[in-house]
Design a protein around this ligand. Structure first.
Ligand SMILES: [Zn+2]
Length: 322
């Protein structure tokens, strides 16, 4: 038996990766996306990006695939234009007859407010006349790294990030502040000082104003990106209203909200009451699905496109086949 074979055998991890993309490719060739597209005509699809980057992932950076590659994003936008009518989010939510559109309607959203939304995504969106809505974590814009990114600055390995991140999600607001402070202190570095030179830098208000003039829209996404369900009603209200007011100081925001994290357990009935009282018309989750006429306006579904550099995987995610 040739013993050199083993050195050419893919690791189990890369084998899983190959198999997965092989399955996506097979489903795609079978025509699954086009079948799903035709049955969902008239219902609204909302997709969610976090970032677009041309930087090669090194070390921990982007290990979760939170930032889609710039070249992949350009292909994805072209594909969405071919198969959907891309509408501004506010039009998708208020359109009187989505079924009358030539192609199924879709809106593009970005959460959090990363600088690469401006440097990498915006040029492609502007070039292709593609509207998008950006949900802004206002404390991040003003210089405080997002909790998940703070952990990535501080950790040396993916395992450590996962461990710290799992712990983070169990904490209430006060505990989280203390925990993040400790994590930062332990590094011996000033993370706020290096934020603007890092891949996790935020956009500036003047960059967002330029995007707004080009037809992009903005909306609030809290101040510090907490899990709202871990906060009492008063703290939730402060996170929501303060971020809305801050965006209003610089831009003309939509009265639409996006829940941080966005799964069913990340917000409460209180959250919805606060939003309604403050005059919000709708809010978006990260629960996958398409909007129908009977959809709860404060629990709208979205397809998250993190980790979709592979175009097959992207298509199957957008049409809801995953
Ligand atoms: Zn977010």
């Amino acid at each position: 038996m040739d013993t050199t074979v083993s050195s050419h055998t893919p690791s189990s991890k890369s084998l899983v990766r190959m198999l997965r993309s092989g399955i996506f490719k097979a489903l795609d060739i079978l025509g699954l996306p086009s079948v799903l597209l035709s049955t969902k005509h008239g219902k609204g699809t909302v997709v969610l990006y976090h970032g677009v980057t041309s930087e090669k992932g090194t070390g921990i950076f982007n290990y979760r695939g939170k930032h889609v590659h710039t070249a992949a994003f350009a292909k994805q936008v072209a594909w969405m234009h071919k198969h959907y009518t891309i509408l501004p989010l506010q039009e998708l939510l208020t359109h009187p007859d989505l079924g009358a559109l030539p192609r199924p309607p879709l809106a593009i959203t970005f959460d959090d407010g990363y600088r690469n939304n401006y440097t990498d995504a915006f040029p492609i969106l502007r070039e292709t006349h593609t509207p998008a809505t950006f949900f802004i974590t206002t404390g991040f814009i003003d210089g405080t790294p997002l909790p998940v990114d703070t952990i990535e600055y501080a950790a040396d390995t993916v395992e450590e990030v996962v461990r710290l991140g799992t712990h983070l999600k169990t904490l209430n607001a006060q505990e989280m502040r203390g925990f993040l402070q400790q994590v930062v202190t332990d590094t011996g570095r000033n993370l706020q000082e290096i934020l603007n030179d890092s891949p996790y830098a935020p956009m500036t208000w003047s960059e967002m104003q330029e995007m707004e003039r080009a037809g992009m829209t903005f909306a609030p996404h809290t101040v510090t990106h907490p899990i709202l369900a871990h906060l009492d009603a008063q703290e939730q209200k402060k996170e929501i209203i303060d971020s809305y007011n801050t965006v209003k100081e610089h831009l003309d925001p939509l009265a639409i909200f996006a829940y941080p994290n966005g799964s069913k357990k990340d917000y409460t009935d209180d959250t919805v009451s606060i939003l309604k009282e403050a005059g919000f018309a709708a809010s978006l989750t990260t629960q996958p699905g398409v909007m129908a006429r009977h959809s709860n306006m404060f629990e709208l579904p979205r397809y998250t496109l993190d980790g979709t550099n592979d175009l097959y995987r992207f298509r199957l995610t957008v049409v809801g086949a995953r």
